[in-house]
Design a protein around this ligand. Structure first.
Ligand SMILES: Cc1cc2nc3c(=O)[nH]c(=O)nc-3n(C[C@H](O)[C@H](O)[C@H](O)COP(=O)(O)OP(=O)(O)OC[C@H]3O[C@@H](n4cnc5c(N)ncnc54)[C@H](O)[C@@H]3O)c2cc1C
Length: 434
């Protein structure tokens, strides 16, 4: 038994769903296939879903800003009702600490200025007045918990910070995936769950569909790899990995779920705190809790894993992260009981995603999201649909990169920036910050 579609998308996470939605909006008969039971059950289910604008590259900032408008206007972006309700954007603001590593945010502020994103610069004294629960001393560069210097101030005050009031997070990332599914189905899209892709079909030197674990073949002239942390396995299946200068791997990550300091309503008085000086980030979470994650400081080991076989328990990293955040918020409790999530990033060699064609005609990839692309999914869907449309109409993207126009911020994105054939982007942070 085989069925014919215009495009098959492997994965129904936030990225695969976004690609399916935008292709369906353009009239394609799409099929998203996922081996899990529902949309957004992969790594998207554990995302912190933070929407922030500070990236190390102008392109990163522009993608985040452009996507922001779709999150604000989510029901219209999806364009169809969902019986489960709609995900929504929660505005919290974001404090970003200046340090040597991020060049004291000089570039970031220039990119924000260029896009007219509002922010406020705060010196340590103003910061202490603005967020009285914050310790403004410098603790970095971060070290491991066993280092005698851990938790000790390393100088005077931090260099300052910026506060970006429009930042926030999406309340329910899994629901956002379900919304995308409903939006896609309302056009001509279909979803198939509990179905594992085991082979990329190849006919006359181009992608022709996929084979599932039960032997079923699904046929389409376009196949998109949106398999998240499994992206490298799918690229290997398609035989395109050798043709990539930038590749992807799966990285284990832990996010801690801790109560807010006593007497502090963190959802009202707190904000997202992105802090390279302590190597940690945090965001408010419902029930007056905080989610605390790592900003991947250089001293920490990076645990590259097989996404089908890795230890999903917390490690010493959990307590280290909370203790790092407690350097900035001294009243933060450090609970004995470890709560939170363990999941995977799909990391590219320079921590910047790959949105591209491949050496196999008809086979595309939206991969390498490197722990920082949930927020950009609405634009990624549009950009991939544009790329696929142009290339299928005969455009040679590798030699003449597709230019994509952002609807809201009215600028042009050179899709070649995300090429698998690029040299590593030197201005990347080589961390989750992108
Ligand atoms: C802990 C954590 C925190 C994060 N925090 C943020 C944040 O605050 N802000 C932000 O912007 N980004 C964040 N990210 C990153 C963001 O969540 C990811 O970039 C995004 O969710 C990736 O989506 P995806 O659709 O590519 O992957 P996934 O959601 O993993 O979807 C891929 C899907 O492919 C399916 N699949 C794989 N192989 C096969 C196969 N052979 N056959 C069929 N199906 C297959 C999987 O089952 C899966 O459902 C975070 C990520 C993590 C893990």
């Amino acid at each position: 038994m085989s069925k014919q579609y215009d495009a098959i998308i492997i994965g129904a996470g936030i990225i695969g769903g976004a690609v399916g939605l935008e292709l369906a909006k353009r009239g394609s008969r799409t099929l998203n296939i996922d081996k899990l039971p529902a949309a957004g059950y992969g790594s998207t289910s554990n995302t912190c879903a933070i929407i922030r604008f500070h990236y190390s590259t102008a392109e990163g900032v522009a993608m985040a800003r452009e996507s922001y408008y779709s999150w604000l206007d989510w029901p219209k972006h999806v364009g169809a009702p969902d019986e489960k309700g709609m995900a929504h954007y929660i505005n919290t603001g974001c404090l970003v600490i200046k340090n040597e590593e991020n060049d004291y945010l000089e570039n970031v502020m220039a990119y924000l200025d260029d896009l007219k994103v509002a922010y406020r610069e705060l010196g340590p004294k103003e910061l202490a007045e603005f967020l009285p629960f914050v310790d403004t001393r410098q603790f970095g560069p971060p070290v491991l918990a066993e280092d005698p210097r851990f938790g000790q101030p390393t100088g005077g005050a931090i260099a300052g910070a910026i506060y970006v009031p429009e930042s926030g997070f999406v309340n329910d990332p899994q629901l956002a995936c379900h919304n995308q599914q409903r939006g896609c189905e309302a056009r001509s899209g279909q979803f198939l769950f509990n179905a594992e892709v085991v082979e990329i079909l190849n006919e006359d030197g181009r992608a022709a569909g996929v084979k599932l674990a039960d032997g079923t073949e699904m046929l389409a002239p376009v196949v998109v790899n949106a398999a998240g942390p499994h992206s490298f396995k799918i690229n290997r299946m398609a035989g395109v990995e050798d043709g990539m200068r930038i590749r992807t791997r799966a990285l284990k990550r832990e996010v801690c779920h801790v109560p807010a300091p006593k007497g502090l309503d963190f959802n009202l008085q707190g904000t997202i705190i992105s802090d390279g000086d302590t190597g940690s980030y945090a965001r408010p979470e419902v029930g007056n809790n905080l989610l605390v994650g790592s900003q991947d400081p250089e001293c920490d080991a990076r645990e590259w894993v097989d996404p089908d076989d890795y230890d999903q328990s917390f490690t010493v990293q959990w307590k280290t992260q909370v203790m790092r955040k407690a350097q900035r918020i001294p009243s933060l409790p450090i609970p004995e009981q470890q709560r939170g999530v363990v999941d995977l990033y799909d990391v590219s060699d320079d921590w910047i995603p790959i949105y591209d064609v491949s050496d196999l005609p008809g086979f595309y990839m939206a991969v390498g999201t490197s722990g920082n692309q949930f927020k950009n999914a609405p634009v990624v869907g549009k950009l991939m649909a544009e790329l696929i449309g142009k290339v299928e109409a005969g455009h040679d993207h590798d030699n003449d990169p597709v230019q994509f126009n952002f609807a809201y911020t009215r600028r042009t994105c050179n899709v070649g920036f995300f090429s698998r054939l690029r040299e590593v982007h030197q201005d990347s942070s080589y961390t989750v910050m992108g």
